[in-house]
Design a binder for this molecule. Structure first.
Ligand code: FAD
Length: 281
């Protein structure tokens, strides 16, 4: 039988991780469904009692989403508009019960190719802060994600939270998800887009990421370059911009369908970035 530990201080959690092999447990909404058929003999480090790691915090030019912040916490938090895509994804994760228990960072650490939060966080240029008894380090999310269910987290490290820069320019964000039905569904494909705007309303910088179309969610650099200096316009999105995607056939959809769906979702995500027009007097 494995051990169960629920530390009440970060120091105790990091000490345990330094001294033994532990599986970290946050909300458990990925952990427990993965153990329905077989239950591995493992030591469980339940982090749910760690103090001060739930509330989303405002930093110097960024926001910090700590490891115990749930999807519901994110939805309820007052955040700049650039978080609207991540909030839209949060509202579509499972149902309300799952949003109340599941953490944003758990979604990232689980590193599923179909994790809805990951494309949004890539588009937000998020970084993951990791803590161990030896110290802390910060990794850009793109370097943290190594492959399906694989991250750069060392076994002695706890993922402490996500750091997300807040753009100084006006910014907008969108999220588009396709599943076989509207709710409680794993994505066939999903797209997150963030644009920062120049004062003339043109895009200064865009970041577009697609999920469930490759082993890890993928940014589309050629499209991001094509959008710079333009007004948001879905007609600017070309099939060639989706070349980095490597979708597979699986139980949810064939690869060819995913490619077609992803193109349409990217166009909708870009269309959604358009600034609301001023209402004529
Ligand atoms: C019915 C249902 C519907 C769902 N629908 C969706 C959906 O629509 N979209 C979607 O993306 N996901 C969905 N999920 C998956 C899940 O809810 C999310 O991925 C959730 O955000 C995971 O967070 P958690 O806190 O529950 O993680 P846990 O299950 O506790 O952990 C997940 C993994 O991350 C590791 N981990 C967690 N926190 C840390 C940490 N701080 N440091 C190091 N490692 C850590 C754990 O060891 C584990 O491997 C669904 C799940 C269920 C049960």
């Amino acid at each position: 039988m494995g051990r169960y530990l629920r530390p009440t201080s970060l120091e105790a959690a990091l000490l345990a991780l330094a001294e033994g092999q532990w599986t970290v447990l946050a909300g458990g909404t990925d952990h427990f469904p993965a153990r329905v058929v077989t239950t591995p003999d493992e030591n469980l480090l339940d982090i749910s009692a760690l103090p001060g790691l739930r509330q989303i915090a405002t930093g110097d030019g960024d926001r910090f989403i700590p490891c115990l912040a749930t999807w519901s916490d994110l939805i309820a938090a007052e955040l700049p508009d650039v978080f609207n895509g991540l909030k839209a994804a949060a509202r579509q994760v499972g149902g309300v019960q799952v949003q109340n228990a599941g953490t944003v960072l758990g979604n990232v650490c689980n590193a599923s190719p179909a994790a809805d939060g990951i494309p949004c966080l890539l588009a937000l240029d998020a970084s993951v802060e990791l803590a161990s008894a030896a110290g802390r380090r910060v990794l850009p999310l793109r370097d943290f994600l190594l492959g399906p269910r694989r991250t750069a987290r060392r076994p002695d490290e706890l993922a402490l939270g996500l750091r997300i820069p807040v753009p100084t320019l006006q910014a907008r964000a969108t999220f588009e998800k396709l599943g076989a039905r509207r709710y409680l569904v794993i994505s066939i494909a999903m797209v997150a887009a963030v644009a920062e705007f120049s004062p003339d309303g043109r895009i200064a910088r865009a970041r577009i990421a697609v999920g469930a179309c490759g082993p890890v969610a993928t940014r589309l650099p050629a499209l991001e370059a094509a959008l710079a200096g333009q007004f948001p316009d879905p007609a600017l999105v070309m099939q060639a911009h989706l070349a980095p995607l490597t979708p597979i056939d699986d139980i949810r959809a064939p690869a060819a369908y995913r490619r077609t769906a992803a193109l349409e979702l990217v166009r909708r995500a870009v269309a959604g970035l358009a600034l609301p027009r001023a209402v004529a007097a």
